[in-house]
Design a binder for this molecule. Structure first.
Ligand code: ADP
Ligand code: MG
Length: 327
């Protein structure tokens, strides 16, 4: 293990994913303590910066999901007080958190991401954007996916089967964010590829000469075929996970290669999880999004993928911690 450090684990906060973050944070604290670090957990709020200035830890481990902790806000503050922190920097956080921006960048770079249109509340109110809806529906077809530009844990992700269902889905997504996305629905399998920095345990098919490594591909398999209700599926654990996913070797290799390309393109550092769909009819892979602070609970996707690569939770936590010092 590396030298013992005083680590502040940042968790909780005001995000909609507060509960998951508290669980991620608790798990990370346990792991780091077992490794011999001096660990303090901070439930992030108005006292964050004063507490860090008073405590002066060596490093901050960011276990925050969603707003503030994943969108670059906390990262920017930590840079301002010159405190090393885990994971991606502010710009990468902003690129990944904003699905509209991330998808434009992927499209420009030739990385396959489902066709989409972005819609702002203000452009509906002030620019007459509603008149463009029929055209969007026509180009994307039905069913189509409606989601907040800055979401997480499938919150606000809705599927509209018909034109009649669209207004309800839009209102639902707008309750999460002032910018939303209409996206082509990809019928197929739900995959996730986590990427971590460092060279150990490089799988022969997932390695690139670069600094980052793709972990084995994970598949989220719904227990029931109710594809419209993602929110409850995530909440009540209606999903089982298979890792490594049972895929043709070339599909596995391509998923890992795409994940690494997205990781580099968006400028991620330390760790990230890329979500993809494997389209049933075409066999094509489509990148949905990149998460800069993947869940770190015992049942989260990244720890499961690491485990499949022979990387236990403590080693994973240590590697993420090390990313604070290699920026
Ligand atoms: N275009 C799509 N086609 C089919 N399923 C989708 C699509 N977009 C999202 N989903 C489903 O919703 C889940 C959450 O969407 P995602 O874009 O990853 O947002 P987030 O995880 O940030 O809420 C995906 O894992 C997938 O199961
Ligand atoms: Mg996702």
């Amino acid at each position: 293990m590396s030298e013992a450090k005083k680590v502040a684990v940042l968790k909780g906060g005001r995000s909609l994913e507060r509960t998951v973050s508290l669980r991620s944070g608790a798990q990370v604290q346990d792991g780091l303590q077992r490794l011999g670090h001096e660990v303090v957990g901070i439930d992030v709020g108005a006292e964050l910066v004063p507490a860090l200035l008073a405590d002066r830890p060596d490093v901050a481990f960011i276990a925050l999901h969603g707003r503030d902790g994943e969108d670059g806000t906390v990262q920017g503050l930590l840079e301002a007080i010159a405190l090393p922190y885990t994971g991606s920097g502010p710009a990468a956080c902003m690129r990944c958190t904003d699905k509209v921006l991330a998808k434009h960048l992927m499209r420009e770079a030739g990385i396959p991401t489902p066709d989409f249109h972005a819609l702002r509340e203000t452009s509906i109110k002030e620019l007459g954007a509603a008149a463009a809806l029929p055209g969007m529906e026509g180009s994307l077809g039905f069913p189509l996916v409606v989601k907040p530009a800055k979401g997480g844990s499938a919150l606000g992700v809705k599927f509209a089967r018909t034109s009649e269902e669209l207004p309800g889905s839009l209102v639902g997504a707008f309750s999460y964010d002032r910018t939303i996305l209409l996206e082509r629905y990809v019928k197929g399998r739900d995959l996730a590829v986590s990427v971590i920095d460092g060279e150990r345990s490089v799988p022969p098919d997932g390695s690139t000469p670069g600094r980052a490594t793709a972990l084995p591909v994970l598949e989220a398999v719904p227990r029931e075929e109710d594809f419209y209700d993602y929110e409850s599926r995530y909440e009540i654990g209606m999903t089982t996970f298979v890792c490594p996913a049972e895929l043709a070797p070339d599909t596995t290799a391509r998923a890992q290669e795409l994940a690494l390309r997205v990781y580099e393109l968006l400028g991620c550092h330390g760790v990230a999880r890329i979500d993809l769909m494997l389209e049933q009819d075409s066999g094509e892979l489509w990148v949905l999004e990149a998460n800069v602070v993947p869940g770190l609970t015992e049942t989260s996707l990244l720890p499961q993928a690491a485990d499949a690569a022979g990387i236990g939770f403590e080693e994973l936590a240590e590697r993420i911690l090390a990313s604070a010092f290699t920026r």
